[in-house]
Each structure stands twice: as C-alpha cells, then as structure tokens.
Design a protein around this ligand. Structure first.
Ligand SMILES: [Mg+2]
Length: 402
C-alpha cells in the first residue's frame, strides 16, 4: 500500500502528472460531519431453499447501508450495521483517524469499514481494488473469478431423485446463462431434511448430474454445512471421484484430528479435493490448523469480519500457501466488495456470488462473463445510490446524525 491519501505528496513522487491526478481536497483532512443509515431491499432471481441445517432461505434480501459525508463535500457509502450510538461517537472525527492507506480502517471505525474504503476511493478517484491491490495494471480490465452459490436444497418436495437432479441441473444451467463457470452445490440432505441414506444418495446423484451437465473442467464445489461426518464424506467422495470436486466446504464442524485423517485418506485415494472451512462460528484455532496445512481454504465471513480483517488474513494465508474464499452468502453488496478485496490477495479463489438485485443500488458497471466478474474502473466500489430510495429509507426506518 502507498502513502496516506491525505498526506503531502512525497518529493520523490512529485512529478507534474502525479500531482494533477490528485484532487486538491486530498491536501486536507476533513472531519466526518454527517452519517446517514438506511436499508436497501431486493430479491434473488428465485427462492433459495434449505441447506443441511437451516430452513428455506427465501427470495427477499434487505441490507443495511451507511453513507458518510465529510466537511469538504466528499462522501462514501457501503454495507454497515452501524447503530445510532456508534454513529454519534464517530461524528466530527478527522478522516485520518478513521482510515489511511497505510494502516487501513482504524479499530474505532471498524463498523463503517466499507463506507470508509468507498470514501477513500472517491476522494482519490480510484477504484478500491487499485488502492489495496498488488500490481494492478490500471490500463487493463480488472476481472475476478466467481462462483454461482445458488444451488440449495430446492428439490425436497420431489420424491424422485431423477426429477431432483433435473431441477438442480436446470438451476446450474440458469447460472451458466448468467455467465457463471463455477458452481457450489449444497449437500447434506440426509443430515436433517431427508432420511440419511436417501439424502446421501440424492447428494451423489445431484453432484454427478451437475458435473455431467456443465462438462469437464469447470470448478464444482460442495458444501455440507456441517451435515456430514467422515464416513459420509468418504462415501460421497468415492462415488463422485470422477467429478473433479474442487473443494469440500464445512464437511463437519472443523476438527484437527478428523481433518488430518481426511487429508490422509484423500492422498491415499489420489483425490485432489481441498478442505474449506471457517464461516460461521469458526474454531479459534482455525488459522493455526491452516498454517499446519490441515485446512486448505479459509472462509471467514466478509461482512462480519470486515474488509481490513480480510486483507490482513488473506495476505497471511498467502505466506502459508493457503487459499482465501470469503463467505458472502446473503449479500448483494458483498458480491462487489469481494471483487475489490481479491486484488490484495494472491491466493484468492472465487467471489461467492449470490445473485441479488437491490432496488436503489446501481451496480451496472459490473458484469459476469465466462466465470469472471468484470469490475468497473470507477472510484470507490464503483456503485451508485438512488437518492430517493436511500433517503426514503433513512427517513422511514434509519437515522441521520450530523
Ligand atoms: Mg458455506
């Protein structure tokens, strides 16, 4: 990362063109004068069913957003669960006490980490991926691999496995038509929603059906939401050994002894399936186990942990040769923010893409093509708020402090 945005231009960089690129406002350190909080609501393309442990996830999504305004007229917005009490404590703070390019968002302003990164990008007229990224060529389109995370248990009403396979395959095809070239399939039907043996047979049939439908070479992941045990994993992975499963996510609650044994078994079977874990209430020793090679892909939640946490964590994982895959299910904003995070992490795998359209959020600069998100070369996160929608929500269900 470079120098703080609001620091004087260092002498060695003071070429005329560089100075011209900087906005004159960057020479100041404005105070945060207004915080607006509201919600944006929207829908998925279809209702999302159960997973191994939860009931139906539904079609409606509502996400909290915060907009920050500074005394010089600059602003930024993004996902935030900020409370009014927290907002009052942040009001009047100078920008450099909230965020800097060198150190990121300060501990006191962690709850507004996304709006602050957007504000910094707006002030510098740079996309966030440029601010945090490593060797990003500003003249090349910036794209990031993504996967379709929508293949839930939408088949539980069907008694026939063949019909169930056809339904999930049709959903994978819909994802393919939206530009996806990688797919995550929920498994663990036998943990709760179906009898154990029948549910496991159906998991296997669906994995095989989706692989057959999408063809060889495209990444397929499976996610058991802790609904398997070691023997079920061995059963499913044996029956799908020719399906090129890229990662197995949350097979069971992470356990070093069980995962070490599973790794050994995978080696013996010559199955190159990665072990992914870390969303939800992850083990406090998850990172130690990852450093030891027990977990291959780490999946802490992006919104819960924040942008700065993930930059640091992803870069730490890079040094261990482990992979990053931030959890993002349930968030439209996170689809876009994860793309920018990817620029800072060498072993970043995929954006978990939960297709959601929020009314009032203009994300038209983004597009999915051939399995990659094309990220707009626009300031901040490259998103725009519809003023009437957001301000309406701020008035009716949110708050303003200034
Ligand atoms: Mg998961």
């Amino acid at each position: 990362m470079g120098a703080p945005a609001f620091a004087p231009v260092p002498k060695f960089q003071s070429t005329f063109s560089f100075v011209l690129k900087l906005d004159s406002r960057l020479m100041h350190n404005p105070r945060l004068t207004t915080i607006e909080a509201g919600y944006l609501a929207g829908k998925r393309p279809r209702t999302a069913g159960s997973n191994a442990r939860l009931p139906e996830h539904g079609i409606n999504i509502r996400e909290p957003f915060v907009r920050l305004r500074f005394e010089d007229g600059s602003s930024g917005f993004g996902f935030s669960r900020l409370t009014k009490e927290q907002a009052n404590a942040l009001l009047g703070q100078p920008l450099d006490s909230l965020i800097s390019l060198e150190t990121g968002v300060s501990a006191r302003s962690r709850s507004i980490n996304f709006p602050l990164w957007d504000a910094l990008g707006q002030r510098m007229n740079q996309p966030v991926y440029q601010l945090v990224g490593k060797q990003i060529d500003a003249n090349q389109p910036f794209t990031v691999p993504c996967y379709d995370t929508s293949l839930y248990f939408d088949d539980l009403h069907l008694t026939d496995d063949k019909a169930a396979v056809e339904l999930i395959v049709s959903e994978a095809q819909a994802g393919y038509e939206r530009g996806h070239r990688a797919f995550k399939i929920k498994v663990g039907r036998g943990a709760l929603h179906m009898p154990l043996v029948e549910g496991t047979f159906r998991d296997i049939a669906i994995i095989r059906g989706v692989r057959e439908a999408v063809g060889a070479g495209l990444p397929i992941m499976i996610d058991a939401n802790n609904g398997y045990n070691v023997n079920l994993v061995k059963w499913v992975l044996t029956e799908t050994a020719d399906c090129e499963i890229y990662w197995l996510e949350e097979a069971f609650h992470e356990d070093r002894v069980l995962y070490e044994g599973l790794h050994q078994w995978l080696d013996e079977q010559q199955l190159p399936v990665l072990i992914a874990d870390g969303e939800g209430q992850a083990s406090p020793t998850l990172m130690n186990w990852t450093q030891a090679g027990v977990i291959d892909v780490v999946q802490y939640d992006l919104r819960d942990e924040g942008f700065d946490f993930w930059i640091k964590t992803g870069q730490q994982l890079d040094t261990w040769g482990a992979k990053s895959a931030p959890h993002n299910y349930g968030s439209c904003f996170g689809n876009y923010a994860t793309c920018h995070l990817a620029s800072a992490i060498e072993q970043f795998t995929f954006v978990e893409w939960d297709q959601i359209d929020l009314v009032g959020l203009d994300s038209s600069g983004y597009a999915i093509q051939d399995g990659r998100v094309h990220v707009p070369n626009r300031a901040g996160f490259g998103l725009r708020l519809d003023e009437s929608v957001f301000e309406g929500s701020v008035k009716s269900e949110g708050f303003v402090v200034s």
